[in-house]
Ligand binder design. Sequence first.
Ligand code: CUA
Length: 160
Amino acid sequence: MHIDPLEKKWMYVVGVMTVIMIGSMTYAAVVMNMHPPSNVETIDPKTLHLSGEFTEDNLGVSENPDGSLTVRMIAARYSFYPQMIEVPADTPVTFRITSPDIVHGVHVPFTNMSTMVIPGYVSEVTTRFSREGEAQFLCNEYCGLGHDYMWSKLKVVPKG
Ligand code: CUA
């Protein structure tokens, strides 16, 4: 079978690009510990505030019997509630976040904490923060005119 030399060259280019893309995805997953959220859990966005896990009293940080933490948050136009979360460094933290209105994202720069927040679903991310100090939760899905101002504080304090 005859293959034109130019075509052959492009086949190599495509091959190299494929290897680079699969390689960088594997690197991100294995070395940087970045994974798509796998939690599929539904919730009624219209009644979040009335009863259950995401009422105002239940939001924020709670400690589990094994010493890990669960943080419940609401992402709504245009902030995250509660607006300030304080967690100790090097402690497993499971975030449970949902939205009562539209799609938002939550991202803490320079960490692997990043997920979409979709109304009707509970997004769950388990991570730990090794760097102490202040950081921000930023919305990274365009959600309207206030998107640029949608952020809240994360404070990572020394353990113990
Ligand atoms: Cu919420 Cu952008």
